[in-house]
Design a protein around this ligand. Structure first.
Ligand code: NAD
Length: 295
């Protein structure tokens, strides 16, 4: 079994690392925060001291960090992966970042004989815990073949979609669909509530029809309970939509609806709700309509 270095033990990375440990993979782990590192070490990992240290002690390095600058710093910065990685090792970046940045980091690592895959995930914390994420991968087929089995420990579906950057392009598509879907659900349930119809009854009535979706099933119960504990934070979804808009600008592609939902999320951030789950988008509509979608 390949020796894994795992960097970034947050909401997603911690359960993903634990699943790899459970499957028997030897691991060196690292996070800038000591608490999750101690937890993963008590689950069987060795403690790494920096990204460089982790890279020097592993064959496959996995990163699960918030955004493009974090991955750039961990991969290419001082004390970073590039300084420690052994030729022939593979970086699998599972963070959701800008596709252009994946391509740039990959080109720099290639000079050290290190291959890179961008392999962002969908499914959120519950599927990270279950090991049933959807993993979308970009990068060389040969590197993909070497890590497909270990990615299968974390995901129910592991698909290579193309060359480096394609995984994150697929993820941007995913994030546009999820954001617009949550906004549509919010808009619809606030309207129903204001009209005097029980939103839970509306949910039950429509979930088996064409409006049914994974978003509806995962997020409506949170809205009905007024529980916006993340899950997936609004600030991270803002990051994804900004990356989508930057990519769309580079390609001259209009994505007007993503822009509108980004503005809704930015308004919520101004109200101090950046760390709420993205189901908290409903609060934007609730405030304007002066109703709450609750059971
Ligand atoms: P998180 O903020 O909970 O975790 C990030 C972790 O990285 C933190 O523990 C942080 O301390 C650590 N970190 C930051 N910089 C570091 C560095 N330089 N070196 C070492 N550790 C560092 O975020 P998350 O929710 O786990 O998300 C991680 C990525 O996965 C993001 O790109 C996010 O968009 C994506 N994602 C999240 C979800 C979700 O539901 N939370 C779902 C799918 C994809």
């Amino acid at each position: 079994m390949k020796k894994i270095g795992f960097i970034g033990l947050g909401i997603m990375g911690k359960p993903m690392a634990k699943n790899l440990l459970k499957a028997g993979y030897p691991m060196v782990a690292y996070d800038v925060r000591p608490e999750p590192l101690a937890e993963v070490v008590s689950a069987g990992a060795a403690a790494g001291h920096s990204a460089r240290d982790v890279a020097s002690r592993s064959e496959v390095i996995i990163t699960m960090l918030p955004d493009s600058p974090d991955v750039e710093a961990a991969a290419l910065g001082s004390g970073g992966i590039i300084e420690g990685a052994n030729p022939g090792s593979i970086l699998v970046d599972m963070s959701s970042i800008a596709p252009r940045v994946s391509r740039e980091i990959s080109a720099r690592l290639a000079g050290k004989g290190v291959a890179m895959l961008d392999a962002p995930v969908s499914g959120g914390e519950p599927k990270a815990i279950e090991g049933t994420l959807a993993i979308m991968v970009g990068g060389p087929q040969e590197a993909f073949d070497q890590v497909k089995d270990l990615l299968g420990v974390m995901g129910a579906s592991v698909l290579r979609v193309g060359e480096i950057g394609s995984g994150n392009t697929a993820k941007l598509a995913n994030q546009i669909i999820v954001a617009l879907n949550i906004a549509a659900v919010s808009e619809a349930l606030v309207l129903a509530t204001k009209a005097g119809v029980n939103p839970e009854a509306v949910f039950q009535a429509i979930r088996g029809g064409l409006a049914g979706s994974t978003v509806l099933e995962a997020k409506v119960p949170m809205m009905l309970a007024g529980n916006f504990k993340p899950g997936f934070r609004i600030e991270l979804h803002i990051k994804d939509l900004v990356n989508a808009l930057k990519t769309a600008t580079e390609l001259d592609v209009p994505i007007p609806l993503a822009g509108r939902v980004l503005e809704i999320m930015q308004a919520l951030r101004e109200e101090g709700r950046a760390r709420d789950d993205h189901s908290g988008i409903v609060q934007f509509y609730e405030k304007l309509a002066k109703v709450e979608v609750r059971r």
